[in-house]
Design a protein around this ligand. Structure first.
Ligand SMILES: C[S@@+](CC[C@H](N)C(=O)[O-])C[C@H]1O[C@@H](n2cnc3c(N)ncnc32)[C@H](O)[C@@H]1O
Length: 261
């Protein structure tokens, strides 16, 4: 299996240290070279954009990495935990550098499951997001199908049985539990509600069963041609009724409550 994985690994990043910011720079090049994968991202950004609350205050993306949300969502400020030339700010999700109740929305695409202390992030976010503001995320999700894929084919750790939300501190990309959003917002939902009355869970929409897998993501060399995107998108729409079993991701919407915290 490891020989196959090595052969499928994208040559631009094969064998390199994931936590090296230069690898994120190379991943941006990989993303730009995969029009199909860019469409997957666009479909995520479109769902985020539709859920943005109206009104004032900045919309800040956390952990922008190789992504291009700032091109798709007007006014979005990109940020990353380490310096990257194409990103607006350096910001750590666990120590957000924004004034109290100043932020309209925080956007995280594929980032929450890399946070070694998600409770600390939810607290830090509750301090800087204004009442009525939101956290909008797209995250790996646990279903029968995704469990098979994440356990057997993906390089990041996946542990839906983890006793705690956090995991030992590692690098920003090597540290992960891909089951984390599902653990916090589904398995441990009662605990989340008890610990975080500042946040109201407005939506969890499982999505993207096949397209990201087919695209090879940012680390594998294969990807379908861009013209095939509408076919796969329509196939995913046709599979809507089985999304609870097939989804590999979920869109998650949290709203800052007005009266708590
Ligand atoms: C899988 S990548 C996703 C990058 C990008 N959002 C995308 O969709 O391609 C996870 C990102 O989370 C970032 N990250 C990890 N820990 C972080 C932290 N404490 N604060 C902010 N970003 C963090 C990583 O540096 C990395 O860029």
């Amino acid at each position: 299996m490891s020989l196959v994985k090595t052969m499928l690994a994208h040559p631009a990043t094969r064998g390199r240290d994931l936590d090296d910011p230069a690898v994120t720079g190379a991943r941006r090049g990989i993303l730009e070279s995969k029009p199909f994968l860019m469409e997957v991202y666009r479909s995520w950004y479109a769902q985020v954009a539709r859920a943005l609350p109206a009104g004032d205050g900045p919309v800040v993306e956390i952990g922008s990495g190789a992504g291009f949300a700032a091109r798709e969502i007007p006014g979005l400020i990109s940020s990353e935990v380490f310096f990257l030339p194409h990103v607006d700010l350096v910001a750590d999700a666990l120590a957000l550098p924004f004034a109290r109740s100043s932020v309209r929305a925080l956007v995280l695409v594929d980032v929450f499951h890399h946070l070694p202390d998600p409770a600390r992030f939810l607290e830090a976010a509750a301090a800087c997001v204004r009442p009525g503001g939101k956290i909008l995320m797209v995250e790996p999700w646990v279903t029968g199908f995704s469990s098979l894929v994440y356990k057997n084919l993906h390089h990041e750790p996946f542990d839906p049985t983890a006793a705690t939300w956090g995991f030992g501190k590692k690098g920003p990309l090597s540290g992960a539990n891909q089951a984390l959003a599902w653990i916090v917002f589904s398995r441990d939902l009662a605990l989340f509600r008890e610990r975080f009355p500042q946040w109201s869970l407005k939506a969890v929409q499982p999505r993207t069963p096949f397209a990201y897998l087919l695209s090879g993501g940012l680390s594998l060399r294969f990807c379908p041609p861009g013209w095939s995107w509408p076919l796969v998108r329509d196939l995913e729409r046709a599979a809507a009724r089985w999304m609870g079993r097939l989804a590999m991701f979920a869109f998650i919407e949290l709203e800052r409550t007005r009266d708590a915290g």
